[in-house]
Design a protein around this ligand. Structure first.
Ligand SMILES: [Zn+2]
Length: 332
């Protein structure tokens, strides 16, 4: 597979020197869905900052419904036919129904009621694995109760810039009879295209980060969002098929990725694990993970008319530079 890219040139007259200046923009095409993406010259669109997250956490904590004194009282329980206990607990993680559902089955799961403040550098593999385990159990429970709900995803809006309305870190699950647009597009990709993409990335090595056993990680060739990583687990197609070993492996990879984000100065991210119906032949369960702008008053959103209305990523962090910054942390 040849990864497709086209170079565009913009010309303008420099306001200082009066001389013509040229800028190169690279348009790349995602090998799976065909979405295009623009790689811009680096100009500091995603600055790190010294915003005091811990102080902001203290400010928001007294009203937080996910903190220990309030979670039992203020969060909705799952319907009894989905789970008799109304909540799913694994380690410190607690899953409950989403008060603002996006689908027929929407869940929220906190890493821990006690962790109102959880910077990226402190999310451990244990916390990730337990939280993922609650989402996997939720997915299985919904699918057992309602066989037509075959499309599952596990997602994260982490910190306000990512779309999270609550500060307290959590994951969100969707299990539904309807796929999202991206789930549908990905499920329509022929299986050999996934293999060819992973093959091409492994051979080039420029963006390939490594495999952690059964899961391969790489930096997106044509990212939708800044510092976007992708991971592919072959042999399973739905979060419902994640066993404890794979949950641990996925948590390990996510922990490495979030640790790298923290070192790069990022604190907000989105993640989606895109499930197809269980048993979908040749579809690898796969995820996208991407940074969002850092929280600060009057921050610039990284999501512009291009991303929202053209479905076109525009990033000034070249994927190859992101791969270099992540380095060999995924190499076993
Ligand atoms: Zn809280």
């Amino acid at each position: 597979m040849k990864l497709r890219r086209e170079l565009l040139t913009a010309e303008m007259i420099d306001p200082g020197t009066g001389q013509p200046v040229r800028t190169t923009i690279e348009v790349r095409f995602d090998p799976l869905t065909g979405h295009s993406s623009r790689i811009l010259p680096e100009r500091g669109l995603m600055p790190a900052n010294d915003f005091d997250l811990e102080a902001f956490a203290r400010e928001s904590q007294p009203r937080c419904p996910f903190c220990p004194d309030r979670i039992d009282r203020l969060t909705p329980r799952l319907a009894a036919r989905i789970h008799p206990d109304g909540r799913i607990v694994c380690g410190e993680a607690v899953l409950f129904a989403n008060l603002h559902p996006y689908s027929s089955h929407s869940s929220v799961s906190v890493y821990s009621p006690r962790l109102h403040y959880l910077p990226l550098g402190e999310i451990t593999q244990r916390l990730l694995a337990d939280n993922l385990a609650t989402q996997v159990a939720f997915t299985k429970a919904v699918m057992a109760a309602e066989p037509q709900s075959r499309w599952a995803s596990i997602n994260a809006n982490h910190m306000l810039p990512s779309g999270s309305s609550l500060f307290h870190p959590h994951l969100q699950g969707i299990v539904d009879s309807q796929p999202t647009t991206l789930q549908r597009l990905l499920a329509d990709v022929p299986p050999q295209r996934f293999d060819a993409y992973l093959d091409a990335e492994r051979r080039s090595g420029e963006r390939y980060l490594g495999d952690t056993g059964r899961i391969q990680w790489l930096v997106s060739f044509a990212p939708i969002a800044p510092a976007e990583l992708r991971a592919f687990a072959t042999g399973i197609s739905s979060p419902a098929e994640l066993d404890d070993d794979l949950i641990g492996e996925l948590a390990h990879g996510l922990g490495l990725a979030l640790g790298a984000y923290a070192e790069m100065g990022f604190e907000s991210f989105n993640c989606s694990i895109y499930g197809a119906p269980p048993g979908t032949e040749g579809y690898p369960l796969n995820l996208r993970l991407a940074c969002r702008s850092n929280l600060t008053p009057f921050y610039r959103s990284d999501s512009t008319f291009l991303e929202r209305l053209h479905w076109e990523g525009a990033v000034d962090l070249a994927p190859e530079s992101v791969a270099r910054q992540i380095g060999d942390r995924f190499a076993r």
